[in-house]
Write a protein that binds this ligand. Structure first.
Ligand code: ADP
Ligand code: ZN
Ligand code: ZN
Length: 750
């Protein structure tokens, strides 16, 4: 009898162990990487076989048996298993949880109990929850060809159908035949006569089908050629090397990606292209489609589990050679990966903030090492970490310094909003921005107005005592929404009517405070000639809403697009000549060590939206602190100076990339208990910190101290030897506690 070790796929936080099961003879063919069904704690559940436990173990009655096998081949190959093991160890999560990232849909199997007539449990029946969509496909047979050649004047319809099948040189689906005028009755007759064959085939859904953008081709610039050559060499030699492709917005990075992808495809290999968000995916997908038509599969964050399964199927079977997707696409079952491209590599969305808190760039780099293939990280404003790796020569630095069509970068103007107040302008729009908006609209051009989510939400506040109406389940203020005239919690979704009186002082003078997107929209809409369109979380909840909004805007029906961060990213609309940023410096006041980096990047990205066509761009940054260094460097689009100064500051304070952070979060219904556990952990870490350079912070309440009635308390360690702390926690009882979570290299330290 063989025995295997199985990682149990249950979303239980503290299941770090693997379990040994006996493998009945009929499953003798399986091994590591297979998905199986096993009995576990009085139920049956899915497990992943992770290795052999030996044969003929003593006390065989101790082990339960594997009950069933899922699929006809192992899901995990050696590379995926290795990547999952690495991820679990590096990000401090159970192996099963890491492995779960690699399967489409967290729990793809459903089982139901089957009982006999006396109500006794017989067995569990498994059912694939990911419904595979099937269709019939038809092809002409040999006798069909003979019949067609002989011809038959009485069966015109049948002959016509055979003619269509013969010309197609491939199987045709019932739908395609119907469209060609072949009726179901004719098909039935042909089948009866065995003049055609029928086969059931899986339909692979493709939400991005039917796009016919034409391929543009240019002569690459000198810098583009150098970049393409450098990476091509690594593709050809099939060796791991990481390239940082730093190029201002519009400098032709995407054009480089396209050329490199063509190189990898020509070598018969697959390409993974990671992009930050769906808003961005649409445009890059169109560019790729114009080059590579049917070779592309897409993973965006609103795919259903079944659609995701289809995408993974195509990649595994090499039916698609290019995968373009958001961070979770990094787990696709590539068998023949040849190149990884990460666009906007600095983007925050590559880091998953729930467990397992992985960073897609790190996972990609790890997989690339295994496959021995190059990785291209592209950005106008690289993460400080990647920039550091480039100047330390761990990454090869490639630069695109200008725009290929010789366009100048936009002219950036900084407007001091304190002066506006002195001039008794109380609008959220400075006079300069108002004038420019009107001028742009009158000239038939377009504008984008960006405002920061933070500080711009509409809170509901009592004028007499200053009380803000908070969500009863989360430690955040409720946000007023014009649609529905209600307040909503952006953390738990709870909606409440605006109270008639203040819950604290019973005053009836309740006021909406702050300027949300909706309010700014109203002020802009009041300007002459302006037709404004809003894009924010509320307007983009539906699938593709982003794309629809961007399409509506680029069609020219509107001339001002207003919204939060998402309007700043990626898209390329040539008619946009003006970009305004309201409260451009508000982000700088965030108490987070990445605040400057984030602000710099957002402002540069936003500015980069202006003047992408032949007309020059103009950018207005409205600020309260007009002397701010970061704002000035962003206005000058001087990334290198910013990065050098930021690195000096980080070095002085021993921040990443010079040291690493590890964040421990304790959740509890009871605030005291959360604090108690966090204090224990902080003390434990303090003891490990002796004789190291480490600093332990906390316990302190999370920036949102309570979500869905659970209090959050954090402890933070910063050290150049972070592994000491990871190992200590891994071996401690805290690892197994259900309400203790680790975030390795956290993006937000608060
Ligand atoms: P990025 O990805 O860096 O923002 P893109 O690749 O989107 O830049 O290029 C910006 C614009 O310049 C696009 O409209 C693109 O078609 C065009 N472009 C790119 N490379 C060239 C080139 N070598 N010659 C002329 N135009 C180019
Ligand atoms: Zn009050
Ligand atoms: Zn809430």
């Amino acid at each position: 009898m063989r025995y295997v070790n199985v990682a149990i796929n249950l979303p239980v936080k503290n299941l770090f162990k693997q379990f040994t099961y006996a493998l009945p003879a009929q499953f003798g063919y399986i091994g590591a990487g297979w998905r199986v069904i096993v009995p576990f704690a009085r139920q049956t559940t899915e497990g992943f076989v992770v290795g052999e436990a030996g044969s003929d173990l003593p006390e065989p009655e101790k082990y339960k048996e594997v009950q069933a096998v899922i699929g006809t081949e192992p899901w995990f190959d050696g590379e995926m298993l290795e990547a999952a093991r690495w991820l679990a160890e590096y990000y401090m999560c159970p192996l099963a949880e890491a492995m779960r990232l690699f399967i489409p849909g967290k729990s793809s199997i459903k089982r139901h109990a089957v009982y006999d007539e006396n109500g006794r449990l017989l067995y569990y029946e498994l059912e694939n929850r990911l419904k595979e969509k099937m269709q019939y496909c038809y092809a002409i047979t040999e006798s069909g060809s003979v019949a067609l050649a002989e011809g038959c004047s009485r069966a015109k319809a049948q002959m016509a159908a055979l003619q269509i099948m013969a010309q197609a040189e491939r199987e045709l689906s019932a739908k395609e035949l119907e469209a060609a005028g072949v009726s179901a009755a004719v098909l039935r007759t042909l089948l009866q006569k065995e003049w055609c064959s029928r086969r059931e085939q899986r339909v692979l859904r493709n939400s991005y089908a039917g796009n016919n953008t034409l391929k543009q081709s240019f002569d690459l610039t000198e810098e583009q050629v150098q970049a393409v050559n450098a990476v091509s060499k690594a593709i050809t030699e099939k060796r791991q090397e990481t390239f940082l492709l730093q190029g201002v917005t519009g400098s032709g990075k995407t054009e480089v990606y396209l050329n490199l992808t063509a190189k990898a495809l020509a070598k018969g290999r697959q390409v993974l292209v990671l992009v930050p968000e769906i808003a961005l995916t649409a445009q890059i997908v169109k560019r790729f489609q114009s080059w590579f038509k049917g070779c592309i599969a897409v993973v965006h964050s609103k795919l259903s589990a079944s659609e995701r399964a289809d995408v993974f199927y195509k990649i595994r079977n090499n039916e698609a050679q290019i995968l373009i997707g958001v961070r979770s696409a990094v787990f696709a079952p590539f068998t023949n990966l040849g190149l990884v491209i990460i666009d906007e590599e600095h983007d925050q969305s590559y880091k998953q903030e729930e467990r397992p808190c992985y960073h897609a760039r790190e996972v990609a780099l790890h997989r690339a090492e295994y496959f021995d293939i190059p990785v291209v990280l592209g950005s106008a404003t690289p993460s400080i970490e990647s920039y550091y790796d480039a100047i330390m020569k761990r990454f090869k630095h490639l630069r695109l310094t200008g725009r290929p069509n010789g366009q100048p970068l936009p002219k950036v103007q900084i407007v001091d909003m304190r002066k506006e107040l002195q001039k008794r302008n109380f609008s959220v729009l400075s006079r300069a921005l108002q004038q420019e908006l009107v001028r742009t609209a009158a000239a038939g051009e377009q504008a984008i107005v960006l405002l920061n989510r933070r500080g711009y939400s509409t809170f509901v506040m009592c004028r007499d005592c200053g009380e803000t109406i908070m969500c009863p389940h989360c430690a955040v203020a409720l946000v007023y929404h014009e649609e529905g005239k209600a307040m909503r919690c952006h953390y738990c979704g709870n909606t409440m009517p605006v109270p008639e009186e203040c819950p604290r002082c019973h005053s009836r003078r309740i006021k909406f405070f702050g300027t949300g997107t909706q309010k700014a929209e109203a002020q802009i809409a009041a300007l002459p000639e302006v037709k404004v369109l809003r894009m924010d979380q509320d307007s983009t909840l539906r699938k593709f809403a982003h794309e629809e909004i961007l399409n509506a805007f680029s069609s020219g029906r509107y001339n001002v697009l207003i919204g939060t961060q998402m309007v700043a990213k990626g898209h390329d609309i040539p008619n946009v000549t003006l970009v305004g940023v309201l409260s451009a410096d508000s982000m700088l006041n965030m108490p987070d060590f990445r605040a400057y980096e984030r602000a710099f990047s957002l402002l540069t990205q936003a500015a980069g939206r202006a003047g992408r066509g032949d007309k020059p761009g103009h950018v207005i940054l409205q600020v309260y602190d007009a002397d701010n260094r970061t704002v000035h460097l962003a206005a000058a689009q001087d990334y290198d100076t910013f990065a050098e100064e930021e690195l000096l500051r980080r070095k002085e304070l021993n921040y990443p990339p010079y040291a690493a952070f590890l964040k421990i979060t304790v959740w509890d219904k009871k605030e005291e208990r959360a604090n108690g556990t966090a204090k224990e952990i902080a003390d434990f870490l303090e003891r490990q910190a002796k004789n190291t350079d480490a600093e332990v912070f906390g316990p302190f309440a999370g920036i949102i101290g309570k979500v869905r009635d659970l209090y959050r308390v954090n402890v933070l360690v910063k050290s150049t030897q972070i592994n000491i702390f990871k190992t200590a926690l891994w071996q401690s009882p805290y690892r197994d506690m259900k309400n203790v979570y680790f975030d390795v290299d956290p993006f937000n330290v608060l």
